[in-house]
Each structure stands twice: as C-alpha cells, then as structure tokens.
Design a protein around this ligand. Sequence first.
Ligand SMILES: N[C@@H](CCC(=O)N[C@@H](CS)C(=O)NCC(=O)O)C(=O)O
Length: 277
Amino acid sequence: MEPVEQHASYGGRQDVWKHASAVLGCEMRFGVYLPEAALRGERCPVLYWLSGLTCTEQNFITKADAQRHAARHQLIVVAPDTSPRGDGVADDPAYDLGQGAGFYLDATQPPWSRHYRMQDYVAQELPALVEQHFPASEARGIAGHSMGGHGALVTALRHPGRYRSVSAFSPIVAPSQVPWGQKAFTAYLGDDRNAWREWDAVDLVATAKERLPLLVDQGTDDEFLQQHLRPELLRDACAAAGHPLTLRLQPGYDHSYYFIASFLGDHFAHHGTALRS
Ligand SMILES: N[C@@H](CCC(=O)N[C@@H](CS)C(=O)NCC(=O)O)C(=O)O
C-alpha cells in the first residue's frame, strides 16, 4: 500500500491509498477517512461507501462532506473505486459499462471475467486490507449511491452477519428489470436470467437469511427514477417478505451529490447507532 493523498479534516484525516489488488488484477485506489480516535490508535467501526456510475474514489470524498459526519460518529469511512482500471482492463466506450461501471458483482463472461470481481473486492479483499492496516474494529456498515446503492444492498444481503447496518441513496433496486442493470448483467453475467437473481436486491430480499433493516432515500425529481431506479419494486418485495425497510421519498431532490449531502447526516446516524451499540 502507498499513500497518494493525506488531508487534515474535522480533527481526523482524509487519505487516498493505492495498492495492487490480487482479486482485480490491477492497481486500485480507495479513500479512507480516519477519525481522531483512529489516529490515536483506537479501534473504530468502518462504513464502506460504494459510489455510482462514472465515479472514482474521489466523488464521495470531495462532494458529500462525509468527513463532518464521520468525525461526529468517529467512524472510519472507506470509499473504493467503482471498477477495476487500467490499460489492460476490458472497457466499453459507454458510461454505464466497463471501467467506472463495475456493478459490484463478480463477472462470469469474457472479456469481463478476468478483472471484474468487484464483489469479492469490496466484501473480502478491501475489508481485510483495511482491518490489517488501520485501527478498524470488525463492526462494518455499508452504504452507497445509485449503482453503489445496488452494491450496498446486494453486498449486505449476500453476506448475512457481516454488516451491522446498510443504507442507500437512489439505489438501482431491481437491476434485472431496468435498462442499466439488464445491459450490465447481460455483459457481465450472460443471458441466463437465473444467474442474475443473486445480484438483484429485489430477488435477494425474498429469501434473505437475515432481516437487516434497510434505509433508502430517493429524490422525487431524480432524472433516473422511473426508468432505472423504481423504488416501489423494493417496497413491494420488502412488504411481501416482511423485510424491514424505511423508504423516504424526498420531494424536489435529484440524483446528484447535492441530494446525498442533504441527507447524509441521517444515514450516518443510522450507521453510527448500529455500529457503536
Ligand atoms: N449523466 C451522467 C450519468 C452518470 C451519473 O449520474 N452518475 C452518478 C451516479 S449514477 C454520479 O454520482 N455521478 C458523479 C457525480 O455526480 O459526481 C453521466 O453521463 O456522467
């Protein structure tokens, strides 16, 4: 691991680190906020943040003012990139496939299957690295936005017992049923829709082994709401399965980081309560 950036922030420190990922087969960067307690060597819970299409590790750490909330709850916050990267890594000219669009799954189809193993990365390799190099406790939460909201929901649902809290902003709740997801899943997983079910939050909720409460915020003026996000599908799936869901529709808010920043304090309170109890 090598440091790329270090900035004092709210009594703690915002870092960016780079490392060679064995799982992804390329160099990766991630942001890590270390609150003051962690800088003193005290073990702190970790909140993982998964960003959306086109993002790198930079969007969340520069646009959301997350450090303010992380300092308040004394949480370590880890923000990975959204896909493997590099010249030798498969890509596509479209913004919603390839680099910047890893969909937090483990691809099975060539050419993607060689590097696109973001689920393994965010759920296994990255936490192991974080817990080895920083004073991280084993209390983990996960949150994300849009494609990263899908990533947070799916990662928590696929790993019962591994996360104590989960939340999402404007998540793609049913990728199998919307164009962004159908395009990515066809490329990464192939045409067999049975293989898609294990990467779709609406499908996973039906058979979840753990009923971890979901907090979801969705802006009503989100330009992707009707075509790609469709939170009503998650509401119906949770109602049918008896899965606890707090779905908040926020009038007038769009898909941007202005929306995320407006409600991020509530999400940190949700994670802080679960992670520090
Ligand atoms: N119209 C956008 C679509 C992608 C988009 O809206 N990405 C969201 C996540 S799905 C985002 O967070 N963008 C980066 C930012 O706002 O900083 C584009 O083509 O770049």
